[in-house]
Design a protein. Structure first.
Length: 244
């Protein structure tokens, strides 16, 4: 579904934000993207969306990411931003959800059908006519996910979906993310959330893929995580970890 082949990008000549990044994400796979601050996670997300021009090759559902294909690429990739206020700009949840499908050329009736289907799938009909500025942080995050799902993307890119949430809303978002059928690439410092929602993990460090493997094994590897300025998920504590 998503493939990067030797992808590199620099903000400044002497330092690469991405350095020869190569990986594949299969359809339906949930992959966690982890790494310390400055590892390249956000830059990689922008590269997949065609927001920065990279060396190498990026393919989304077999289509190369380049200027002439960006419209098609962005229909295939739904991007859930870290700050929901950057994503939701209409007065109500319902109006926000209608905007995307109608912007893609659907009629209002078709957009309503997709909007209601997304709300039903997530159990969020109660938020439908709520004003965005009156939603809690957790409600807004769930509404933002529903807004992207109404556009029926083939894959989701999610940037820190549980950041700044209280425990109840964090758990609710994790339940929603875990139940999604789409291919998911989730960038987060919340390693417990990654452990709960992803089967596989990519560890970025200094713009490179430092590790790629099963989430359960990689997130128990204390030595590996500490070598890249990360710590074990809190739920693991000192249990069941590998020192090598």
């Amino acid at each position: 579904m998503i493939e990067c082949r030797d992808v590199s990008f620099s903000y400044e000549p002497e330092r690469k934000a991405l350095d020869g990044v190569t990986f594949r994400v299969k359809p339906g796979e949930a992959v966690g993207l982890i790494g310390a601050n400055g590892a390249g996670k956000s830059t990689l997300m922008m590269a997949l969306l065609g927001l920065v021009e990279c060396e190498g090759e990026i393919l989304v559902d077999g289509v190369r990411v380049e200027k002439r294909t960006l419209s098609d690429i962005r229909r295939k990739l739904g991007f859930v931003m870290q700050d929901s206020d950057d994503q939701m700009f209409m007065p109500t949840v319902y109006e926000d959800m209608l905007f995307g499908p109608m912007n893609y050329g659907l009629s209002r009736e078709e957009a309503r059908a997709k909007t209601n289907a997304a709300l039903d799938a997530l159990g969020l009909q109660a938020l439908k006519h709520r004003h965005n500025h009156r939603l809690s942080g957790g409600e807004k995050r769930m509404a933002a996910i529903a807004t992207i799902l109404a556009m029926e993307p083939a894959a989701l890119l999610m940037d820190e979906p549980t950041s700044a949430l209280d425990p109840y809303n964090r758990r609710r978002v994790i339940e929603i993310v875990h139940g999604l059928p789409q291919t998911r690439l989730i960038a987060s410092h919340d390693l417990d959330m990654i452990l709960d929602t992803c089967d596989r993990v990519l560890l970025l460090s200094d713009g490179r893929v430092a590790a790629d493997g099963p989430a359960d094994a990689l997130l128990r590897d204390k030595a590996l995580l500490e070598a890249h300025r990360l710590e074990l998920p809190l739920s693991l504590g000192n249990r069941g970890m590998s020192e090598e």
